[in-house]
Design a protein around this ligand. Structure first.
Ligand code: GLN
Length: 448
């Protein structure tokens, strides 16, 4: 069914970079055979999934939507995808993203953008736009994405699906192509909060191959969904509702959703996170700095694109990187290299790390008074192609409301909460404390 659906709609949506039809059919047949033999099947048996193309899949191309990795076929499997296949899930294909996950619209993909299934003139958001669009268009049951500054939640919001960024370290990053290692986290795109709980259940947990992956035991996320929410305190982050550029229709829909939570017995509390709006400035020092270090590995020698006919090693590396990386990736490397250079590292990188601590303390203080925070996910609904392409700063503002959770390592989820007058989806964001995914999923599930 899903392969037929992909054939029908993907020429327009362009969610997929690679469709693994043969493998999917073989896996499905194998599950059927096990079922016929009366075997006990694992929890995700036969569930067809799409995977963002920055997660390594053994034997299946993993391009990061970059010319640099256009012909890269990983010799190993990421931990998260390995756990999915162990649980019986079926790979349908790899989904489009902004190059190396740098962007908010999929427009920086070297292989052309994806389109928003609700209106193909609009972007699906990014960077995990292909995964969000694939779920929204019915081209898979669920998908995985990665979120460094909003790349799961913002496209989920633009495409009207659920998108969960777990606590930093809750899910292994082994086999996720690194962008900003202190911020990156893998998470699911689904049609419902219950589906997100099912997927998190499988992918969460310690991994000896990722030293930043937390040892904490994995609770029963599905069981948490139906716990009552009456009496929970929901913090309305004042700075988010007063944010510059917040679309009044988005604001109205999120406030209406808050009223619904109140009707379910939650108490709405006004809270302030004064440093919330410093998130973007902090992020655009820290993320490019880490990216500039992580992307140093693409030197034309070990793997990836190599420029032909160079006459020296230095020329070969320089040209490979100039030809292999797109403009946005090069911009990030330049910003990061500058911010880390001797003489500037104290003024920029260290200062950004200090502000990051202040952002986290704002959250700590807020969670002394409330159980969960509520904000819009994105200041606007899906914008048009090219709307921000010539203005990187305008594009960066799309992540105003999602970045602070990454800065503090907190779990956060997008839940659809209505439509604007053009019929484009609006999403709300819920945020809880570290490792409080059960509470996050519970409140999201009751709202939904
Ligand atoms: N849009 C943000 C960026 O361009 C966040 C991307 C992400 O979360 N991967 O960096």
């Amino acid at each position: 069914h899903h392969l037929a659906r992909i054939q029908a709609v993907d020429p327009t949506v362009h969610a997929y970079l690679e469709i693994t039809a043969e493998r999917a059919r073989a896996d499905a047949d194998h599950i059927d055979a096990r079922l016929a033999a009366g075997e006990d099947l694992p929890p995700l048996a036969g569930i067809p999934l799409a995977i963002k193309d920055n997660l390594c899949t053994k034997g299946v191309p993993t391009t990061c939507s970059s010319r640099m990795l256009e012909h890269f076929v990983p010799p190993y499997e990421s931990t998260v995808t390995d756990r999915l296949w162990q649980s019986g899930a079926v790979l349908l294909g790899k989904t489009n993203l902004d190059e190396f996950a740098m962007g908010s619209s999929t427009e920086t993909s070297a292989f052309g953008p994806s389109r928003n299934p609700w209106n193909p003139e609009r972007v699906p958001g990014g960077s995990s736009g292909g995964s969000a669009a694939a779920v929204a268009a019915g081209e898979c049951i669920a998908a995985l994405g990665s979120d460094t500054g909003g790349s799961i939640r913002q496209p989920a919001s633009f495409c009207g699906v659920v998108g969960l960024k777990p606590t930093y370290g809750r899910v292994s990053r082994y086999g996720l192509v690194a962008f900003a290692s202190s911020l990156d986290q893998v998470g699911p795109f689904t049609n419902s909060v219950a589906d997100a709980a099912e997927l998190l259940q499988v992918i969460a947990g310690a991994d000896p191959r990722d030293a930043t992956c937390l040892q904490a035991p994995v609770p029963d996320y599905v069981a948490a969904l139906d716990q009552p929410v009456a009496g929970l305190r929901v913090g309305m982050v004042r700075e988010c509702f007063e944010a510059e550029g917040l679309d009044p229709q988005v604001k109205a829909a999120v406030l209406a959703a808050a009223a619904q939570l109140e009707a379910l017995g939650c108490e709405l509390v006004d809270v302030s996170c004064p440093r919330f709006n410093d998130g973007i400035a902090t992020y655009y020092v820290i993320a490019p700095s880490e990216a500039s270090a992580n992307l140093a590995r693409y030197d034309g020698v070990k793997y990836g694109y190599r420029a032909p006919d160079a006459t020296s090693l230095a020329e070969m590396t320089a040209r490979s990187r100039a030809e292999g990386f797109g403009d946005e990736v090069q911009r990030r490397i330049l910003i990061g290299t500058y911010a880390l250079s001797a003489g500037y590292v104290d003024a920029y990188y260290k200062k950004a790390q200090q502000v990051r601590t202040l952002i986290r303390r704002d959250f700590d203080r807020a969670f002394e008074a409330v159980d969960v925070l509520l904000t819009p996910t994105s200041p606007t609904t899906a914008f048009g192609f090219g709307a921000h392409s010539d203005d990187p700063l305008a594009m960066y503002l799309a992540d105003l409301l999602t970045i602070p959770a990454n800065m503090a390592g907190l779990p956060a989820i997008n839940v659809p909460c209505g439509f604007d007058l053009e019929g484009l989806p609006i999403g709300l964001q819920l945020i809880t404390g570290v490792l409080e995914e059960p509470r996050l999923l519970q409140v999201a599930h009751h709202y939904e």
